[in-house]
Design a protein around this ligand. Structure first.
Ligand code: URA
Length: 197
């Protein structure tokens, strides 16, 4: 295993993921980003392009960022697990644990004011307990990734909006609130919505 700055350059901790991945997909975005989005693991598009959230989920995330007055390049986007699981299955607990050190190192170096967990897997991984992301969406919690303390805002996964249109507003509100809490964005889309959560 080796890391170069914020990027893992070499890792063979998970044998199944070494077989299913074409590459390690590291986080993208500024190395001093104040707002960090954490997903679950790369899918097929991310594995092919080497960047998190570049498929349909990425389109949904980009659109919500724009609505909140942010560009994708303003924020950091990363995943709990950096290699594509076979058949897009959820990452196993052992795989999440193997990759946890890399996320902790990335968060320690970024020292963001807010981390947004996109969906159930990253929310439960960072908060260390089970929860309903639909109910908790937009709420903030103090969390710890290994020794690294961070403030977490829970969100539904952007893909949830593709299966259930009613989740779109929940997702967009969470992103807008995150932009507000991080002191970013245009101050309109989210500010007026703060009381809605
Ligand atoms: N879903 C995720 O959780 N992460 C990605 O990078 C893409 C889709």
């Amino acid at each position: 295993m080796s890391m170069d700055g914020l990027s893992v350059t070499d890792c063979e901790r998970c044998s199944a993921l070494c077989e299913s991945r074409s590459r390690i997909v590291n986080g993208v975005g500024p190395a001093d980003a104040d707002l960090v989005f954490v997903g679950e693991a790369p899918g097929a598009n991310e594995d092919a392009e080497g960047e998190p959230f570049v498929g349909r989920s990425g389109d949904v995330l980009d659109a919500a960022l724009r609505k909140a007055g942010l560009a994708r390049a303003d924020v950091r986007i990363t995943n709990c697990v950096r290699c594509r699981p076979p058949d897009n299955r959820d990452p196993h607990v052992a795989e999440l644990d193997n990759c946890r050190e890399f996320l902790a190192t990335e968060l320690q170096r970024l020292d963001p004011s807010l981390v947004v967990t996109l969906g159930k897997v990253p929310s439960e991984h960072l908060l260390g307990r089970s929860l309903s992301v639909t109910e908790a969406a937009g709420e903030t919690f103090d969390a710890r990734v290994d020794e690294v303390a961070c403030r977490v805002l829970v969100s539904v996964h952007p893909a949830a909006t593709l299966y259930d249109r009613s989740q779109q507003e929940t997702f967009e509100r969470a992103v807008a609130r995150a932009a507000d809490l991080a002191g970013l964005g245009d101050g309109n889309s989210g500010q007026s919505r703060l009381g809605e959560f």
